[in-house]
Design a protein around this ligand. Structure first.
Ligand code: ZN
Length: 378
């Protein structure tokens, strides 16, 4: 029998409109809601804020690719108000910040001392995470990514960052624009694929969740773009994103994410889109080692691939992913998001800083490989 360990992550409450139930899940006392101005402006949090009443302090200054300074500002606000719990509400950025803030408020640790893997060992405040996109899976993971010094992405990865609860409320995603639905959905599919093919810590439970996540996401992503207020479709996307998040919390993501992060750090390309842009190129690079695993996944994404040979199946997986991006209108080239040939050296050297992720990739990616993959994606 395979030796492994597995964390299932937070407890889950799922259902359309269930974000208002958060008031039953947090303790007495002031509660800090961490979100962003876009989400706030859409009024998505209003039912939840109404349920929590006047004990709420809202911190809505989280930006895309959130900085360490933003997290520290939220900590200061929460400390001054004496909050006893934290809610992260939004996409990956507010949820990542909420995890760090709950940890720093509860433990009293310094942020600079907890970057890396398993450096955070203290206690955090009670924490509930509520995603408003179906993509990052951040509500499921013990991972927070912050931008430090203007461009570098640094991760805090530690078990205390697992939330107590995740609430999956599909109604929060009905209004997502088509481009965001598609890019975040592809990001979730990348989580499932990279968890299933990761070189380290892959196990039977992460495999089962990754496969089911890919099935749910693949069967529903086009429908979510075309029929955005369908609760069954949106619920399936949110569940798929969550399952992929649980999978990659245990079986970590790899080369696609390593090459995607510099696009966010330097060009502010949204995380999901960054992953969509690099996905076919990194999968092609990995084919030498990961072909059998890609072949296993292919019929899950596209049942018509079931009758093909292994090599054709693996190639079919990549083509099916590209077809989803095309059908959903996701940009295909780095030049579509403002990257120029002069930028490729910088991107490649920045990608080499993501050793935390590169060590998981089925095939080695060195500096020359990274440069070549960015060039192919240009
Ligand atoms: Zn991702």
């Amino acid at each position: 029998m395979t030796d492994f360990r597995f964390d299932y992550g937070p407890r889950v409450l799922s259902g359309t409109g269930r974000s208002t139930s958060v008031s039953d899940l947090v303790p007495e006392g002031p509660v800090l809601v961490v979100t962003d101005k876009g989400v706030r402006g859409l009024g998505l949090a209003d039912p939840m804020l109404g349920a929590l009443g006047d004990r709420v302090l809202v911190f809505d200054a989280v930006e895309a690719d959130p900085s360490a300074a933003t997290a520290l500002a939220a900590v200061a606000a929460g400390r001054e108000a004496g909050v006893t719990s934290v809610i992260g509400f939004g996409g990956g950025s507010p949820m990542d910040v909420a995890k760090v803030v709950a940890y720093l408020l509860g433990s009293g640790d310094d942020l600079d001392g907890i970057y890396g893997v398993d450096q955070a060992k203290g206690a955090r405040l009670p924490l509930v995470l509520i995603p408003t996109t179906a993509g990052t899976g951040s509500e499921a993971t013990p991972i927070a990514i912050l931008t430090v010094g203007g461009a570098e992405k640094k991760g805090v990865v530690a078990r205390p960052l697992y939330a107590d609860w995740a609430i999956l409320d599909a109604s929060l995603t009905f209004g997502l624009p088509r481009g965001v639905t598609a890019a975040t959905g592809i990001d979730a599919m990348v989580h499932a694929i990279e968890a299933f093919t990761t070189k380290r810590l892959k196990n039977p439970l992460s495999d089962a969740l990754a496969k089911e996540a890919l099935r749910l996401l693949g069967a529903n992503i086009r429908r979510a773009c075309d029929d955005p207020a369908n609760p069954d479709v949106r619920g399936a996307m949110l569940l798929g994103s969550h399952l992929a998040g649980v999978a990659f919390s245990n079986a970590p993501v790899a080369g696609v994410h390593a090459l995607a992060y510099p696009l966010g750090g330097h060009f502010h390309v949204p995380h999901g889109l960054s992953n969509a842009l690099m996905l076919p190129h990194v999968l092609g690079h990995n084919m030498a080692a990961a072909l059998p695993l890609y072949a296993d996944l292919a019929p899950i994404l596209d049942p018509s691939l079931a009758s093909l040979g292994r090599q054709a199946q693996a190639q079919g997986l990549v083509e099916a992913l590209v077809a989803i991006a095309v059908d959903c209108g996701v940009p295909a080239r780095l030049r579509d998001v403002g990257v120029k040939a002069d930028d490729l050296d910088l991107l490649a050297s920045e990608a080499m800083k993501q050793q935390r992720l590169l060590i998981n990739n089925p095939c080695e990616i060195d500096l020359a490989d990274a440069r070549r993959l960015y060039e192919a994606a240009l």
